[in-house]
Ligand binder design. Structure first.
Ligand code: NAD
Length: 259
C-alpha cells in the first residue's frame, strides 16, 4: 500500500515541545509521507519547534502564529499554502486558560478568563477553518482535526472553564462539518485520554486524575500521544473519507464505563 499521506500537505498548530500531542500527530503524518508546516506560539517556543521540525523527514516551513491575532492567522495560512503548494490537512491543538481558572471553583470564573479560554481554545478552530477552506476546496477537499477532552460533557473537577471551552469546540466541529462538507472538507475531533504534557501540567491534580482514569479504563492503562497520532492519521487520510462531524474517543475506553 502506498503511504497514506504521500503527496499531501498539512498545517499543524499546537506544537510547543516534544511532549505536545500535536508533535506526535506531526510525526505520524510525516512518517506517512506528508509534508507539513508547523507553527510556534511565541519566541519562548520558537527554538524548540524549529528543532523538532528539523527532525521531520519532509521538512516544511516553521511559522509564527498566536491564534488571538487575526493578522498572524492570515499570514500563517497564506505562507503555509504558498510554501507547501496547498493545504490538505489542518491539525488544531491550541488551548489555553488563565492559570487562576484551572483548579478552584468553576463558579469563580471571571469574564476575562472565560473569554480567553473560549477564544484561544474554541474560536481559533473556526478562525483557522475559514482561512484554510479555500485552499482545501481548491484541492477537492481536506481534513480538519482538533483535540478535545471528556470534560466537555462531564464536570471534571479542576478542568473548569476549559471543559466549557471544549464543549464549544465540539459543537463548532459539527457546525463546521456542515458548512465545509459541501466542499469535501471533513471536520473531526479526537477526545484524548490524559497525556502528561505542558498544558496538562496546568491542571491541578492532573497526575492523580490520570492514574484513576488508567485504572478505570476498559484497557486498564493510560494512552500515549502516539496513539492519538495514529488516530489523527486515520482522520487525515482517505481511510476516513465518510467520517465528519465526529468526536472520536482515544482514551482506552474510559468514556464507555460508569465507574
Ligand atoms: P501542549 O501544551 O503541548 O499544547 C498546547 C498548545 O497550545 C501549545 O503548543 C501552545 O503553544 C498552544 N497555544 C496556547 N495558546 C496559544 C495561542 N494564543 N496561539 C497559538 N497557540 C497557542 O499540550 P497538549 O496536551 O499537547 O495540548 C494539545 C491539545 O490537546 C489541547 O487542545 C488540549 O486541550 C488537548 N488535550 C490534551 C489532553 C492531555 O491530557 N494532555 C487530553 C485531551 C485533550
Amino acid at each position: 500500500m502506498s503511504k497514506l499521506m504521500a503527496g499531501r500537505t498539512g498545517l499543524v498548530v499546537g506544537v510547543a515541545n516534544k511532549r505536545s500531542i500535536s508533535w506526535a500527530i506531526a510525526r505520524k503524518l510525516d512518517a506517512a509521507g506528508g509534508r507539513l508546516a508547523l507553527t510556534y506560539q511565541n519566541e519562548r517556543t520558537e527554538r524548540d519547534v524549529r528543532k523538532l521540525a528539523a527532525e521531520l523527514a519532509n521538512e516544511g516551513p516553521v511559522l509564527p502564529l498566536d491564534v488571538t491575532d487575526d493578522d498572524q492567522l492570515d499570514a500563517a495560512v497564506a505562507a503555509a499554502a504558498d510554501s507547501l503548494g496547498g493545504i490538505d490537512v489542518l491539525v488544531h491543538g491550541a488551548a489555553f486558560a488563565l492559570p487562576d481558572d484551572l483548579g478552584g471553583r468553576f463558579v469563580d470564573t471571571g469574564r476575562e478568563g472565560f473569554r480567553t479560554a473560549l477564544d484561544i481554545s474554541a474560536y481559533s478552530l473556526t478562525a483557522l477553518a475559514r482561512r484554510v477552506e479555500p485552499h482545501m476546496a481548491a484541492r477537492g477537499g481536506g481534513s480538519i482535526i482538533t483535540l478535545t477532552y471528556i470534560a466537555s460533557h462531564r464536570a471534571v473537577p479542576g478542568y473548569n472553564v476549559m471543559g466549557v471551552a471544549k464543549a464549544a469546540l465540539e459543537s463548532s466541529v459539527r457546525f463546521l462539518a456542515w458548512d465545509l462538507g459541501e466542499a469535501g472538507i471533513r471536520v473531526n475531533a479526537i477526545s484524548a485520554g490524559p497525556v502528561r504534557t505542558l498544558a496538562a501540567r496546568g491542571v491541578p491534580g492532573f497526575g492523580e486524575m490520570a492514574d484513576q482514569a488508567a485504572e478505570r479504563s476498559p484497557l486498564r492503562r493510560a494512552i500515549t500521544a502516539d496513539e492519538v497520532g495514529d488516530a489523527a492519521l486515520y482522520l487525515a487520510s482517505p481511510l476516513s473519507a465518510a467520517v465528519t462531524g465526529e468526536t472520536m474517543f482515544v482514551d482506552a475506553g474510559f468514556h464507555a464505563v460508569g465507574i
